[in-house]
Design a protein around this ligand. Structure first.
Ligand SMILES: [Zn+2]
Length: 238
């Protein structure tokens, strides 16, 4: 089992770890601050450096069958087993995704509070992101309302906190019902909660900024009609 450092601290940029398994073109570490692909986020990239100063690029990190696989280039040889490595995350990409992700949670909350609209999907990249939601129309006036409300949430600076809750407790929490804790696999007994104070509370596994102020400037890009009651909004952060 790999200890997931990024789940308690999203600001770790460099760390040391030990390679506990080598599998084809990937290694497994005893602990990692690289966040893996999932929950609408791309994986981190970065570099691993061995004690002999050999560098391996971390191309992608995925979670598969209970394992966190760091895909390396060049591919690792089995002699790396037991090696202590220095790890460095491509911070620019990561920080951008953290801002986008906290922005996405903020939007999902404001859509729900303002329009009773439920988010049905989303995708985050360091450059731009999108959110899909159920709503009757998304004309320019409404996009403007969303932009203004996001501006307020960012300027007022709400703290983002991470906590962990027993599954049974999370299932009973009325604030979490919207995020469907019941759909999380039953084997997961401890649920990670991300709360943007006074804004949003969700069961969530991804990386976030510590305060909405860090998001910066929220910019809606184009919107798309995805059906009668389903709209898509692209946005970016500047
Ligand atoms: Zn999320």
């Amino acid at each position: 089992m790999t200890e997931l450092l990024f789940q308690t601290d999203s600001y770790i940029k460099e760390f040391e770890a030990e390679i506990i398994a080598v599998e084809e073109d990937a290694v497994i570490l005893d602990k990692t601050a690289f966040s893996y692909r999932g929950g609408g986020l791309q994986s981190d990239t970065g570099v691993l450096t061995t004690s002999q100063s050999q560098n391996y690029n971390v191309k992608e990190v995925i979670f598969s069958k209970g394992k966190v696989l760091h895909l390396l280039l060049p591919p690792p040889s089995s002699s790396l087993l037991g090696e202590k490595v220095k790890c460095k995350i491509d911070w620019e990409n990561r920080y951008s995704q953290m801002k986008m992700h906290t922005a996405l949670h903020s939007i999902s909350s404001l859509l729900y509070k303002k329009y009773n609209s439920v988010v049905t999907g989303g995708n985050i990249t360091p450059e731009k992101s999108r959110v899909d939601f159920e709503i009757d129309h998304l004309r320019q006036d409404r996009v403007q309302e969303i932009e203004e409300e996001m501006k307020r949430i960012i300027e007022e600076g709400y703290d983002v906190s991470i906590s962990f809750m027993e599954r049974e407790e999370a299932l009973k929490d009325p604030d979490l019902i919207r995020t469907k804790v019941n759909l999380i696999p039953e084997s997961v007994k401890i649920i990670r909660i991300v709360e943007i104070k006074d804004v949003d509370k969700q069961a969530d596994g991804g990386v976030h900024v510590a305060n909405t102020k860090e998001i910066g400037v929220f910019k809606p890009l184009k919107s798309e009609n995805r059906g009668k009651n389903n709209k898509r909004l692209y946005f970016t952060i500047e």
